[in-house]
Write a protein that binds this ligand. Structure first.
Ligand code: CLF
Ligand code: SF4
Length: 493
């Protein structure tokens, strides 16, 4: 049976900050470690302060906290073969839909509107649709405005790195705590196949010269950020046959230069996107190829595996994009910031998080104590909060966990078309879901009907809602124990 919990859903759905504060104060915390620091033992406190509520820099935080992007930086100084400028920057966004481009004043309006409505919001990122460092004046003006109004929001940028070194000192002055550089190569001969040209020092360069300059500027920028204590994540686009094996080398280089995280993302390639790679038929990797490469990088620079390749105007938890709710025509003309909901939400999360960690530790101890070879691959439907709290029919993605003797690891996610379409198209959706769940042993969700359950079973995938609303790791531990005939850890904290 689940221990008493404070419902995160009640917090995120409640509209009045008064109600929210009451909920925050009335929650029962099941853990004896309530209120204690949940900092991992292998992380210093300064780093912990920077990552504990950043959904991209901490896998843990992505269950609770949200980011938003404002598309204020449309200009770019390089050409990537996976990008078509009509679309969002493929470094940090899924190509396919043009963003609503914003001025810094419009961006401020939007950030305030979102902060008032989305209590999970903790980070403002500028990730295109061009390059945040090249389109620097707009990036700077936006961050200055937002930092004045909402001083506790974390500021984050994504860049291709070419114009990064000239802005590093300003990044420090402006308290921009997190930077992502997209680095797809450390060998210009590989780079030449990815970047047809760059624009640098008032000149256009092509071929090997272009890739060489880009590489040098990326390495310099990374070293400068590391020296100044700015946390840096490296994004690499995995392009089969072009840089897939080479990314092992990239991982070594960036680790040596102080990168905090390395995020290997699959190339998204489709002729309909009009990109060079799309038009020439360059394919992206499948889920298994991506996982195999990521597994081979374990032990090097720490890996990020929970990236959703979000759009340049994304809003919300990483797995759910609420950007379409906050277009300019839908938000107040002059909103004023009210931080009450965000603050109440944080109070509750601080307490729930300890409870979650206690449950997680117990679950990990149980799984690692079982002496077996092999692993269980588990797909989880979740809306956040670290719990199995999404119905099978509503899920737009599954989070994938692997349970083995080394523990329970988040290893990625699989996007799907939801099963429930309001009474039609369900069989077709299920076929797509079964294909997306290749290699998965179990599906855990809050609710599932008999019909999809049976069809999944015919495909060799066991689905259950028996652990609905439990913590993910606790449920996986219980499942693992049932599967391997050992005593289960408690299913919930
Ligand atoms: Fe945005 Fe990027 Fe900052 Fe996050 S996204 S600028 S670090 S706040 Fe995150 Fe989105 Fe992946 Fe980027 S999930 S694409 S890694
Ligand atoms: Fe496109 Fe971003 Fe590459 Fe510029 S850096 S070409 S906007 S993917």
């Amino acid at each position: 049976m689940s221990a008493p919990i404070i419902s995160l859903e009640s917090l995120t759905n409640t509209t009045s900050s008064g109600q929210l504060l009451t909920t925050a104060k009335s929650g029962d915390c099941a853990s004896s470690s309530c209120g204690s620091s949940s900092r991992p033992t292998d992380m210093d406190s300064a780093t912990w302060e920077k990552v504990k509520d950043h959904p991209c820099f901490s896998e843990e935080a992505h269950h609770y906290f949200a980011r938003m992007h404002v598309a204020v930086a449309p200009a770019c100084n390089i050409q990537c073969n996976y990008c078509n400028r009509k679309y969002d920057c493929a470094n940090e966004s899924r190509p396919g839909v043009v963003s609503e481009k914003l001025t810094p004043d419009q961006a401020l309006r939007k950030v305030i509107a979102v902060a008032n409505e989305v209590p999970q919001l903790s980070v403002l990122g500028i990730a295109g649709p061009g390059d945040a460092c090249y389109d620097w004046n707009k990036t700077r003006a936006t961050f200055e405005r937002v930092a004045r109004e909402i001083p506790d929001i974390k500021l984050c940028i994504s860049t291709n790195g070419l114009a990064l070194p000239e802005h590093v000192d300003e990044l420090v002055e402006m308290n921009i705590s997190h930077v992502t550089i997209t680095i797809n190569m450390v060998d210009p001969e590989v780079g030449e196949k990815i970047y047809p040209w760059i624009f640098y020092g008032h000149r256009r360069y092509t071929g090997l010269d272009a890739a060489k300059i880009l590489h040098e500027r990326q390495m310099l920028g990374l070293e400068m950020l590391s020296e100044r204590g700015i946390l840096t994540k490296i994004n690499s686009v995995m392009i089969p046959g072009v840089n897939d094996e080479h990314l092992i080398e990239v991982n070594k280089w960036v680790r040596e230069r102080g990168a905090f995280l390395h995020n290997v993302m699959p190339l998204i390639s489709d002729p309909a996107h009009g990109t060079s790679f799309g038009l020439t038929g360059q394919r992206g990797p499948d889920a298994l190829e991506l996982k195999t490469l990521q597994d081979s990088l374990e032990g090097g620079a720490k890996l990020m595996r929970h990236c959703r390749q979000c759009r340049a105007d994304a809003v919300g938890l990483l797995g759910t994009d609420r950007g379409q709710e906050f277009t300019l025509d839908q938000i107040p003309l002059e909103p004023s910031y009210d931080g009450a909901r965000r603050h109440a939400y944080r109070e509750v999360v601080a307490r729930i998080h300890d409870d979650h960690l206690a449950a997680k530790e117990k679950a990990l101890a149980a799984v690692t104590s079982v002496n077996i070879r092999g692993s269980l691959q588990v797909a989880v439907a979740t809306k956040g909060g670290g719990r199995i709290n999404e119905h099978f029919g509503h899920a737009k993605e599954f989070q994938i966990y692997e349970a083995s003797q080394t523990g329970i690891k988040f290893v990625g996610h699989r996007k799907i078309e939801p099963y429930c379409h309001g009474g039609w198209g369900e069989d077709a959706a299920l076929l797509g879901i079964i294909a997306a769940l290749e290699g998965i042993d179990f599906v855990l969700c809050a609710r599932i009907g008999e019909c999809p359950k049976e069809k999944l079973m015919e495909a060799g995938i066991r689905a259950t809602d028996a652990y609905g609303y439990d913590y993910i790791e606790a449920a996986i531990s219980a499942l693992h124990a049932t599967e391997y005939g050992t005593a289960p850890s408690q299913a919930t904290a």
